[in-house]
Design a protein around this ligand. Structure first.
Ligand SMILES: [Zn+2]
Length: 141
């Protein structure tokens, strides 16, 4: 599991970012050291749940192993998946994530509304690693 990047489950599932108390800039992945806004005098970084819904900004079929924090066990065959960049208007952020299982590039259009859902990143006999995924709203509900 990726500690501190999300919270809750089901309808309560939220990505967790941090918000600067001085300039209100939101960071995801969370920034806990110092505000990265060059025009900010520097504020306190407070944990902030992000909006559940956003709009597709771009998407692609990923044919390569993703970078950290994704699990990359090189012993396992790599399964391509759909990667979506989602714009969260309230936070003025673009958040990357995998599409929910069964969602392909053929199901997506730029500007489509999607919501964040918990998903399984990887599992073995003992442990399930959870991640976030994006799913078009109104699908599977
Ligand atoms: Zn700031």
């Amino acid at each position: 599991m990726i500690a501190g990047w999300f919270t809750g489950d089901g309808e309560g599932f939220r990505l967790l970012g941090t918000r600067c108390s001085a300039c209100s800039t939101v960071f995801f992945p969370r920034e806990d050291t110092h505000c990265r806004n060059p025009h900010c005098p520097g504020g306190r970084l407070v944990e902030a749940p992000l909006s559940r819904r956003g709009h597709v900004w771009s998407y692609t079929d990923s044919r390569y192993r993703p970078p950290s924090p994704y699990v990359t066990d090189r012993e396992l065959p790599w399964v391509p998946y759909t990667l979506i960049a989602v714009e969260l208007p309230a936070e003025r952020l673009v958040v990357l994530g995998q599409a929910a299982p069964g969602v392909t590039v053929a199901d997506l259009t730029v500007g489509m509304e999607v919501e964040v859902v918990p998903g399984v990143l990887h599992e073995d006999t003992e442990t399930t690693w959870t991640t976030w995924q994006w799913r078009p709203t109104g699908v599977g509900a």
